[in-house]
Unconditional design. Structure first.
Length: 185
């Protein structure tokens, strides 16, 4: 009787360990988009009702597992203050975190701020940059080239504070500064 009970127990144990758990078919653990939008435009407004940002693109895919969004050909126009012109940043692709406080732009990243109040226009280009929207700053470890009027600077590793308008290059810095133009720092 004991031998039969042991054999029955072992059979039961073998049946449990040999059958894999049932697959979760809800999709919550897969990185599949739940929403795909083609040719989109999104606008945000500040507390006084003034336009703050405008985001356009060819495609957006939202992923429910981590609440992230992937954008194809994004073009972001960001307004910081009434006395400054809007800054435009575009790239081949971008990834937004769940609350859009972090945006990683990848591939042919180009940023532009028009001239204003005697300051020359600023253009930059790089292959990748991380933008922290709430803090109005950006950084990258990649090569960046910044043009301000005729002057330019380039370096590997870069961070910028949009509020203070301070640009920092980290390594392999080179450039040409023409007198009379304001230099990027």
């Amino acid at each position: 009787v004991v031998l039969v009970a042991v054999l029955a127990g072992m059979s039961y144990w073998l049946a449990i360990v040999s059958n894999p758990p049932e697959e979760d078919k809800s999709g919550r653990f897969r990185h599949d988009p739940d929403v795909i939008v083609k040719t989109f435009q999104v606008r945000t407004y500040g507390e006084q009702g003034l336009k703050k940002d405008a985001l356009t693109g060819k495609e957006a895919e939202h992923y429910p597992d981590d609440e992230s969004t992937m954008l194809v050909k994004p073009n972001l126009v960001h307004v910081t203050a009434q006395d400054r012109p809007a800054t435009t940043i575009k790239s081949d692709q971008a990834f937004l975190n769940s609350d859009q406080s972090e945006v990683e732009l990848i591939g042919n990243v180009v940023g532009f701020r028009p001239a204003y109040n005697g300051r020359e226009s600023v253009t930059f280009n790089t292959s990748q940059i991380m933008v922290y929207t709430d803090e109005e700053r950006a950084e990258t470890t990649h090569r960046v080239k910044v043009y301000q009027g005729k002057s330019w600077m380039a370096g590997t590793g870069f961070d910028v504070d949009n509020v203070t308008q301070i640009y920092n290059f980290h390594a392999k810095v080179e450039g040409i500064h023409y007198p009379g133009a304001r230099a990027a720092r």
